[in-house]
Ligand binder design. Structure first.
Ligand code: CMC
Length: 369
């Protein structure tokens, strides 16, 4: 089956997508987007239930307390070329994190829980530091700030100042909406990796490498580039017509699972409008809406999660090159939930291929070739 379309590859209780309704552990995404915090979603994904106040406070504190990076990680980030691909930088840095954890190969639930916190928190700090270092700015010392959530921590480390409540809330919602999505390509890669009884870091590194592609997580950055290339509402029609005539893929549209619309897109569209009005600048929102209506009319394709998240991040003043890294930060919560599930009931994932190559080949000595 090309692309494993509709193939059921494992049993999972983390996430369901049934009749286009997306649920994390049974909770519809609409409920979570409207009521939850990202920390509640992290706990839900990892433990299968909502946290009580004590558990939530403990998780929030653990996140804040672990945000400092080993000095050698900053040294590594300083070695990167400023213009280098930021997802590649993140992939290498997360891999390097392995060397600072004494329990890397211990798959016990306690060791895995500790790794989970370290990974998600330090990823936030690494992403912020990648962006600051490439812009010749000093990374922010996490011990000098007092954030109350991962979203606030990340924006504070990125921008070097306390973010506004509206920016923190907007990012928190984006993190919730991107957190988990069943057996998408990066989650599958993570599960395959740890099914060999490899460690959680290796699973996350595989997943980051997989999310990096434009058919998956990098579509959000491509959407931002498209919005900037279009630049003005009047250019939407000729630009999209040209793309369609050339049979180009239009980034941020279409989905392997959702054929009648991605349930996350409406939340991101509303958020984009809210931020546009907050900035008193609807340019990116208006261009996005015009593209969406044209692509739907001409190609019958609907926006996916990556489409409106681009304008949301643009309004939040986040540079394009780290959009996909924010997706990775959020999705690491889902990757970890799947890694924990895989470790808890492991079976090596090793499918078969339908052989279509040559048969009965006869060996030709090198001198005769
Ligand atoms: N622009 C133009 N044509 C498209 C698009 C698009 N965005 N998406 C699908 N199509 C066409 C495609 O050309 C194909 O046409 P035909 O049958 O004539 O060859 C048909 O629709 C089916 O596409 P497919 O690629 O076979 O379908 P798929 O289920 O393998 O692809 C997809 C899903 C997400 C890879 C695809 O829709 C795509 O490339 N979208 C653009 C990239 C993107 O936005 N990715 C983010 C996905 S959602 C979040 C995430 O996973 O990160």
């Amino acid at each position: 089956m090309s692309g494993l379309v509709d193939v059921i590859a494992c049993e999972s209780s983390v996430c369901s997508i049934e009749n286009s309704v997306l649920c994390y552990r049974g909770y519809p995404i609409d409920e979570l987007a409207d009521h939850a915090t990202f920390e509640e979603v992290i706990f839900l994904l990892w433990h299968g239930r909502l946290p009580n106040q004590t558990e939530l406070t403990y998780l929030q504190q653990s996140i804040i307390e672990n945000a400092t990076l080993p000095k050698k990680i900053y040294d590594l980030l300083s070695l990167y070329a400023p213009w280098g691909n930021c997802m590649a930088k993140l992939r290498t840095a997360v891999s390097f994190l392995t060397h600072f954890d004494d329990n890397v190969m211990d798959p016990s639930p306690d060791a895995d829980s500790h790794k989970a916190i370290l990974i998600i928190t330090k990823m936030a700090a690494i992403i912020a530091a990648i962006d600051r270092i490439r812009n010749n700015l000093e990374p922010v010392d996490a011990t000098t700030i007092q954030p109350t959530s991962l979203a606030e921590l990340f924006l504070w480390l990125l921008k070097g100042e306390k973010p506004t409540a509206i920016a923190t809330k907007a990012l928190d919602k984006c993190l919730i909406l991107h957190a988990e999505h069943e057996l998408n390509a990066s989650t599958f890669a993570a599960r395959v990796t740890v099914s060999t009884m490899s460690d959680m870091y290796s699973g996350i590194v595989s997943a980051i490498g997989t999310l990096k592609g434009p058919l998956h997580g990098n579509a959000n950055e491509q959407v931002a580039l498209m919005l900037e290339e279009i630049g003005d509402l009047s250019r939407v029609e000729p630009y999209i017509t040209d793309k369609i005539n050339r049979n180009d893929r239009i980034m941020g549209f279409g989905h392997r699972v959702y054929k009648n619309g991605d349930p996350r897109a409406k939340h991101l569209k509303a958020l984009s409008l809210e931020l546009a009005d907050w900035h008193q600048d609807r340019r990116w929102y208006d261009i996005s809406v015009a593209i969406a209506s044209l692509v739907q009319e001409r190609k019958g394709l609907m926006p996916n999660v990556d489409f409106y998240s681009a304008s949301v991040y643009m309004y939040l003043g986040i540079p394009h090159n780290i959009f996909t890294l924010i997706f990775a930060l959020s999705r690491s919560s889902g990757w970890i939930a799947h890694i924990l599930e895989q470790h808890a009931n492991n079976k090596l994932i090793r499918p078969r291929a339908n052989y279509t190559g040559k048969r009965d080949a006869v060996w030709i000595p090198l001198s005769d070739r």
